[in-house]
Design a protein around this ligand. Structure first.
Ligand code: FAD
Length: 471
């Protein structure tokens, strides 16, 4: 990939944009440039033409209009956590929302108003002051924007639904630089599309979420079992979750212990098969509901207990530091047969990298009861999501890790019908086929909304839904 040489044209462009912006404009000549263009996935090494660090909605409007006038491709950066790296592109103008992270909670109305560059840490800190929570992600540094626009699966998804099921409104800067609100009564087609249709429809400068009572303490499950018991534990897990109440979300994973100083050194690097989960309800009730998951085999250790909800939300952060190389892919499964379990275990234990995680999320509950047409996200019948999260350090190991992930994913594709979670979509290699399979009957409706709101396909990163004229 050619590295852009800083030129006087770049400085002229940067100066012209800076005149219109309250926030900072970062050009390739700027010492802050390399830092500003890097995102969470260390595999992504892209060189935008300009980065517009917007301070507010007016800056976003100015940046969008500038990109259009100068015919620069445009990308939007929320939390910068997307594995495919849609926040940055070579030669693009990046609308960087990292300075727009305000959160306002209306505890009486049980609503949170959240700016488009906020992370889940920002949201949890404010909402938990009132004993409330919005269903977000399970790692605190993930951006609310990307996560919400593609669905959003949290530890309380089975009780409170996906993030999009709690998105009641949004402020959006459109492709022609207007600022509009999207709610159930105002631009309802746009709100419908934002609930799962990705970043295709405009820059979302604020999200409004419905909040739920949760915490301050919750019962959390973490029990790792020896990996040679993986298939039995996995089967027992599958059988147990079939009758789990909505309050309970339990996932199964295979990975290695990190070299964590709090763990005995003999466990460092040891592979295990673990269950992880949370009960969205009273702690005592939760501990009772979690008990059977602590007896699926002979545990290596058992860290189950009451935890502050904010602690649960940051617990996994150390596993996912910035800058590591990643390739993650996911797919949906309507059910989990013994054959699938054996195939998953057989492949997982061959993971080429110490940092990799193979994760089975249990879906259903409240998130599963939302009709397919109610949100752009589509069909909710899947009971599980398999996520193959490869993480490694050396560039020299790229091919082996990417190929391993793709082969694993391909082996399961026949069971998923090609339906994928666009927040964990590798590099979107499946293109249109994944769009059609995942959105199903909603796809043509999404194309209509796209054609109305972004006929020139200004917002084209991630899973691009192309407007009719551009197809
Ligand atoms: P960004 O990289 O900033 O943006 C992602 C995409 O959205 C880009 O294409 C971007 O252009 C577009 N975009 C960003 N902001 C806006 C905006 N304001 N308006 C319009 N378009 C915008 N997902 C879950 O559902 N649950 C989890 O528990 C979860 N855990 C995760 C843990 C880790 C460590 C990581 C890396 C990811 C996790 N994810 C999870 C996936 C996560 O939801 C996606 O990576 C998501 O895209 C991240 O959003 P972001 O704003 O940080 O990303």
């Amino acid at each position: 990939m050619a590295v852009m040489e800083p030129t006087s044209i770049d400085s002229g462009l940067a100066a012209a944009l800076a005149e219109r912006l309250d926030g900072e404009v970062i050009a390739p000549t700027d010492p802050a440039y390399d830092d500003a263009r890097s995102i969470w996935n260390g595999m992504i090494d892209r060189h935008p033409a300009l980065i517009a660090r917007c301070r507010g909605t007016a800056d976003v409007v100015a940046a969008v209009l500038f990109a259009r006038e100068r015919e620069l491709p445009l990308t939007v950066r929320g939390g910068g956590h997307n594995v495919a790296g849609g926040a940055v592109a070579d030669g693009a103008l990046v609308v960087d929302l990292s300075q727009m992270r305000a959160v306002h909670v209306d505890a009486d109305a049980r609503r949170a108003w959240v700016q488009g560059g906020a992370t889940w840490a920002d949201v949890d800190t404010e909402t938990q002051r009132f004993g409330l929570a919005a269903p977000g992600g399970v790692v605190s540094q993930t951006g609310v924007a990307g996560l919400t626009l593609n669905g959003g699966v949290s530890w309380h998804r089975r009780k409170h639904g996906m993030t999009i099921d709690n998105l009641v409104g949004a402020e959006v800067v459109t492709a022609d630089g207007r600022v509009v609100r999207a709610t159930a009564t105002e631009n309802a087609d746009l709100l419908w599309a934002l609930r799962g249709g990705g970043g295709n429809f405009g820059v979302v400068t604020a999200f409004e979420y419905r909040l739920h009572e949760l915490g301050p303490e919750v019962a959390f499950l973490f029990v790792p079992y020896p990996v040679d018991q993986a298939a039995e534990v996995f089967r027992a897990y599958r059988d147990l979750v079939a009758s789990a109440p909505d309050e309970l979300t339990v996932d199964f994973g295979i990975e290695r212990f990190a070299p964590d100083p709090e763990l005995p050194p003999e466990l460092h690097g040891v592979m295990y098969a673990g269950v992880f989960g949370m009960y969205a309800g009273p702690v005592e009730e939760g501990l009772k509901a979690l008990q059977p998951y602590r007896e699926l085999g002979t545990p290596i250790l058992d860290a189950t207990g009451p935890y502050p909800f904010t602690g649960v939300q940051t617990m996994l952060d150390p596993k996912f530091p910035d800058g590591v190389r990643r390739y993650w892919k996911a797919l949906y499964l309507d059910s989990l047969s013994d054959e699938m379990i054996d195939a998953a275990v057989e492949r997982a234990v061959t993971m080429p990298s110490d940092g990799t995680l193979v994760f089975m999320r249990h879906l259903g509950g409240a998130m599963g009861r939302v009709p397919a047409g109610a949100t752009a996200f589509g069909d909710r019948r899947a009971q599980f999501m398999l996520s193959i999260d490869s993480s490694w350090i050396d560039q020299a190991d790229d091919d082996v890790n990417v190929e391993w992930t793709r082969e694993f994913w391909s082996a399961f594709e026949r069971w998923s019908g090609g339906r994928t979670y666009f927040n964990f979509a590798g590099q979107h290699e499946e293109g249109d086929a994944a769009l059609r399979a995942s959105y199903g009957a909603n796809y043509e409706r999404l194309v209509d909304v796209k054609t109305k709101w972004d006929p020139d396909n200004v917002f084209h990163t991630g899973q691009n839904i192309r407007p009719r004229a551009a197809r």
